[in-house]
Structures are given as structure tokens and as C-alpha cells.
Design a protein around this ligand. Structure first.
Ligand SMILES: Cc1ncc(COP(=O)(O)O)c(C=O)c1O
Length: 447
């Protein structure tokens, strides 16, 4: 083993500057790379050795192969014309803080295993809750993903109610159905209205329901379930209300976007992925509950080797969720909140919404394009007046160009393209370039 590996400080001093320069120059040039990786399945695997090296190599070799082998296979989520699925936006403060968190690499399952990481996690979750106008006093913590957070809520709900049924809408993210399947729970998928929102009158009897999952900003078309009315139905039935605002939740920082979330203050649990629209790299899913005692009953498992004095116990984050070992994820979110502040976050959200709305105005002004679902938050669902096959081919051409990357959905049985804004580097010019690209490719396909 090379002696420099026994000296991590020296290693960082030697290789850190080049690595940080790589990161900075990547973010400068990412807009010139093809957004969607232009490789075939297995192509990268074929270029990598079957076995790890017997003798260690230099870090320079790692950086070299990152460029030579891996970069062609990267789909660039930070590209200014990345509009697929939902964004996973990163930012300068978060990138640097992530590096520091990996350096400190503290593990916060008990308070004593990392007092600062434990307490900072509580503080940043309370800060975000405040920015979003949530009631004070909720317990919040960071989970590895939205899917895991919803599963944790389902576990808590099942424990609290003694029931075994998960209720959601037909357009709820698949993570809810997956949680039900993994937990052996029954699933009732309630029909949606013309806007994709859960039809409250179709909820049915909730007396057997452990949990109802309401979504603000569904994945397919950013539909908004009527959370307040769902809360009205849950309350008398004793059903747990979980609100999934994985993508749209960040918009709660803007007062003018807050009305869509009416009723969220009545939730038993709430999920917002900071790793979507809150400028914090994956993974960083924020999960709050107004009933921390229920979470603790459901998840607390304290073997002798994890026992601590009582005064520390209630801080033990592992007692409130499925994971034991937990990283210092709060640091990157703290850096984002401090460097952007409330106003900076608002500006970021508003810019994304404005760009999506502008795209919508171009689209509706043209006869050969159709709005499939109105712009909500930063998402527009649309299609060309051609048939499904035409629209699928159009999407392939646009994505194949490498100039922009969009994804699709099916709404009321019809294929629709999705354009979701929210990346840090996206500008109005990028959205306009993408509109021109769509128009150009549609014309080429029509001719
Ligand atoms: C509304 C919604 N909920 C949950 C999820 C799942 O989140 P994660 O990918 O963090 O598991 C997504 C992912 O896009 C989503 O859009």
C-alpha cells in the first residue's frame, strides 16, 4: 500500500485541488455535454476490469478513468436542459458540505455517537418546517429516500392503528404501493378526478384504513390531492394521514404557492425530498411527524450495546426510523439554508415555476401542440397533435439529440411528454432552446 494512503490529510492536500477543479470545471462544461447518456446497456461494464487491482493505483488513475470511461455513461442531472422526471438539483454550498460530511464521517444513531449531527438534524428540519409554515414542535429527521420515508410512515401508522390497509390514489407514486407490498398490507387505490387529484367521495369507508397517502405534486402530472378534505375523512375514522410532497414540498417556502398545501398542517407525517428541488444532493429526504411518540414505539429497539443514560435517549434518532447508521446529511442542508437563506430558496423555486409557465404559454399559442395537463409548480405535461406513436418518436428524437432530456407519462390513456424545471443551471434561454428543439424535431418527423 502506498504510504500516502496512511496520511489522509496529505492525500487530500495532494489530490484535493485537482479534484475540486474537476468539480468546478464539470459544472462549467456540463451544459455542453449530451444530457442523456448516449451509451448502450453493458457498454461501460465491458470497459471495466473484471477484478479490482491487486496493488493500489494512484488517485490520478481514478480521475482519468472517470473522464475516459464513466463520463460518457453519465446522464447529467445538473445539465441546464435536464427536464426529465423531477429535478435533483445540487448547489455549491451543498457540494462542499457533502465533502466535509464525508471527511468527518460521523454516524448519528445515538446522541452520543454524534451530538452535533443529531442536534443539527433536528435544527435544520425545524428551520425548514418554519420556512414552510408547518406547525411548530413536529419531529423531523432525514431518511435515505422518499420511498423509505413513506414506508416508515406506513409502519408507524400500522403500529398506531392496528390496521393493515394503505389507501392512496391511482396516481400516487408507486413507492406507496411498494411499501404496502413489502409490508404485506392491503392496498386500495382510489380513482382520481379530471385533474388527477384523489376523489374524496371515492375514498370509501376508512375504518379499516391504517394510512391514507395524500400527494401534493404527483409524479405523473403534479396533481394536488385535496389534503384538507382527506384529513376530514381520516380524522373520524382514526386513519393516519401521510402527505407525500416529495417534489412540490419545497414550493411551500413561497407564500403564493402555499395554498396548494392547505391541510398539510393536519398530517400525521409529511415527506419532502430536499434532494429534489431544495438544492441539496441526493440523498436527503425530510420526514416530519406530528406524532413522534408513535414513531418511537414503532421503531425503538435498544439492545444492551446501544443503551445510554435516559437523558440522552429521547435524542436517539435510530429510535424514530428504520435505519441505525445514519450519515451527516444535515450538514449539506444546513449549508444550503445558510447560504441561500429563505429569500434565495424562494428565488430558486420562483425561477423554476416561471420558466415552466413561460414554456406553457409558447405551447398553447401553437395549434399543433396540446397541453395535456396545466403547468403546476415547475411541471408541464403536453403533446404534439400527432398520435401516441408520433409523440413517442418525438421524445426519442429529442432525447437522442443530447441537447435536452425530457421524460413521459400517460394521462387518461394518452402519451404525454413531461418538462420539469428546477435545476440550478437552467435559464429561460435553455427552456427556449428546448422549445425550439421540440418544434424542429416535430417538423422533421411530420415531413
Ligand atoms: C411524489 C413522489 N413521491 C415519492 C418519490 C420517491 O422518492 P425517492 O426517489 O426519494 O424514493 C418520488 C420520486 O420521484 C415522487 O415523485
Amino acid at each position: 500500500m502506498s504510504s500516502e494512503l496512511n496520511d489522509p490529510a496529505g492525500f487530500i492536500r495532494e489530490h484535493g485541488p485537482a479534484t475540486l477543479e474537476w468539480a468546478a470545471s464539470y459544472l462549467e462544461r456540463v451544459g455542453s455535454l449530451p444530457v442523456l447518456a448516449q451509451v448502450d446497456p453493458g457498454e461501460l461494464t465491458a470497459q471495466l476490469p473484471d477484478s479490482p487491482p491487486a496493488q493500489g493505483e494512484s488517485f490520478d488513475a481514478v480521475l482519468r478513468d472517470l473522464d475516459a470511461i464513466l463520463m460518457p455513461g453519465i446522464t447529467h442531472w445538473q445539465h441546464p436542459r435536464y427536464f426529465a422526471y423531477f429535478p435533483s438539483a445540487t448547489s455549491g454550498p451543498a457540494i462542499l458540505a457533502e465533502t466535509l460530511a464525508a471527511t468527518i464521517n460521523t454516524v448519528s444513531f445515538l446522541w452520543r455517537s454524534s451530538p452535533a449531527a443529531t442536534e443539527l438534524e433536528g435544527v435544520v428540519l425545524a428551520w425548514v418546517a418554519q420556512l414552510m409554515g408547518l406547525p411548530s414542535g413536529w419531529h423531523g429527521q432525514i431518511e435515505a429516500g422518499g420511498s423509505l420515508a413513506t414506508m416508515a410512515a406506513a409502519i408507524a401508522a400500522r403500529d398506531a392503528t392496528g390496521r393493515n390497509l394503505l389507501v392512496c390514489s391511482q396516481e400516487t407514486h408507486s413507492s406507496a404501493a411498494k411499501a404496502a407490498r413489502m409490508l404485506g398490507m392491503g392496498l386500495r387505490a382510489v380513482p382520481v378526478d379530471g385533474d388527477g387529484a384523489l376523489r374524496v367521495e371515492a375514498l370509501g369507508d376508512l375504518k379499516d384504513a391504517a394510512i391514507v397517502v395524500a400527494t401534493v405534486g404527483t409524479t405523473s402530472r403534479c396533481a394536488v390531492d385535496p389534503v384538507a378534505a382527506i384529513a376530514d375523512a381520516c380524522q373520524p375514522a382514526g386513519a393516519w394521514l401521510h402527505v407525500d410532497a416529495a417534489y412540490a414540498g419545497t414550493a411551500m417556502v413561497c407564500p403564493e404557492l402555499r395554498p396548494a398545501f392547505e391541510g398539510v398542517e393536519r398530517a400525521d407525517s409529511l415527506l419532502v425530498n430536499a434532494h429534489k428541488w431544495m438544492l441539496t444532493p441526493i440523498d436527503c429526504s425530510l420526514l416530519w411527524t406530528s406524532r413522534p411518540d408513535v414513531f418511537r414505539t414503532a421503531f425503538s429497539m435498544v439492545p444492551e450495546y446501544l443503551r445510554t443514560p435516559t437523558a440522552e435517549d429521547e435524542w436517539s434518532l435510530h429510535e424514530y426510523g428504520p435505519a441505525l447508521g445514519r450519515g451527516f446529511r444535515a450538514l449539506k442542508l444546513w449549508a444550503v439554508l445558510r447560504c441561500y437563506g429563505r429569500d434565495g430558496l424562494r428565488e430558486h423555486v420562483r425561477a423554476g415555476v416561471q420558466m415552466a409557465q413561460e414554456f406553457e404559454t409558447w405551447l398553447v399559442a401553437q395549434d399543433d401542440w396540446e397541453l395535456v395537463s396545466p403547468c403546476r409548480f415547475g411541471l408541464v405535461c403536453f403533446r404534439h397533435t400527432g398520435d401516441d406513436e408520433f409523440n413517442q418518436a418525438l421524445l426519442e428524437r429529442v432525447n437522442g439529440s443530447g441537447e435536452a432530456f425530457l421524460s413521459h407519462t400517460v394521462i387518461d390513456g394518452r402519451f404525454a411528454l413531461r418538462l420539469a424545471t428546477g435545476g440550478l443551471l437552467t435559464t429561460p434561454a435553455d427552456v427556449h432552446q428546448t422549445w425550439q428543439l421540440l418544434s424542429r424535431e416535430a417538423a422533421a418527423l411530420s415531413s
